[in-house]
Design a protein around this ligand. Structure first.
Ligand code: ADP
Ligand code: MG
Length: 238
């Protein structure tokens, strides 16, 4: 059985079916991408995986366990959004430590885990800065560290780099990939950016109007687009 298995997930808002019986699965340690144009259902699928949106039907399992009806907190899934939503009145160190403190881990463990995340995300020297004193890229690295430090089974990232300018985005893509490999973290990245998906994914699921148009490795998709939609979308680098 796959580490994460999504079966027959359907979601309708009002009269609009946004996800049509989505089936997808992936393995532990993979970085998979949900790629598709705006409005195709990427965020809805990610929110359903996180338990933040309720599907109409279908099931989700993680690590051999049916999590379909679990509350978000019980799923051991972390999430990073495009907007950073850091605590403005806390330092970098306090932002990253916050979740572990809530979990009442002992202070030495917290110190060690947070120090490792600061190093991994390249935030050394920024420990005592406040979010407003950081660049967009630095803020997003704090958001990433804050999620990673909780050691989720899966980390979901919804367009985490979209708000950043192109140069910083490219650099952060590579850093994200390096960190993912280092931790062997299972990640699901949502993006509308073909180039980003091609550059960093183990596997890509291309969505079109709530259906999976193709899945495969970047090479497979590049070499053999399954249909005209995929060919057009992948060929259309911006
Ligand atoms: P993406 O992330 O790929 O841009 P979304 O999953 O956000 O797409 O949205 C897919 C479709 O579902 C869009 O047409 C959007 O307007 C609609 N939608 C998303 N969330 C809601 C909601 N809470 N209520 C009504 N419609 C929604
Ligand atoms: Mg979205």
């Amino acid at each position: 059985m796959s580490y994460v298995a999504i079966k027959n997930i359907r979601k309708t808002f009002n009269d609009q079916t946004v996800l049509h019986d989505i089936e997808l699965s992936f393995e532990k340690g993979e970085l998979v991408t949900l790629l598709g144009p705006s409005g195709c259902g990427k965020s809805t699928l990610l929110r359903i995986l996180a338990g933040l949106t309720r599907q109409d039907s279908g099931t989700i399992s993680l690590d051999g366990k049916d999590i379909t009806n679990l509350k978000p907190k019980a799923r051991e899934i972390g999430m990073v959004f495009q907007s950073y939503a850091l605590f403005p009145n806390m330092t970098v160190l306090e932002n990253i430590s916050f979740g572990l403190k809530m979990k009442k881990e002992d202070s030495q463990t917290i110190k060690n885990k947070v120090a490792r995340m600061i190093e991994l995300t390249g935030l050394e020297g920024k420990e005592n800065s406040y979010p407003r004193e950081l660049s967009g890229g630095q803020q997003q690295r704090v958001a990433l560290a804050r999620s990673l430090v909780m050691e989720p089974k899966v980390l979901l990232l919804d367009e985490p780099l979209s708000a950043l300018d192109a140069q910083i985005r490219k650099k952060l893509q590579q850093q994200l990939r390096t960190i993912q490999r280092e931790l062997k973290m299972t990640m699901v990245l949502v993006t509308h950016d073909q180039e980003e998906a091609m550059a960093i994914s183990d596997r890509i699921f291309i969505l079109n109007q709530g259906r999976i148009a193709q899945q495969g490795t970047p090479n497979e998709i590049y070499a053999r687009p399954a249909n005209e939609f995929v060919a057009g979308f992948i060929g259309n680098y911006n």
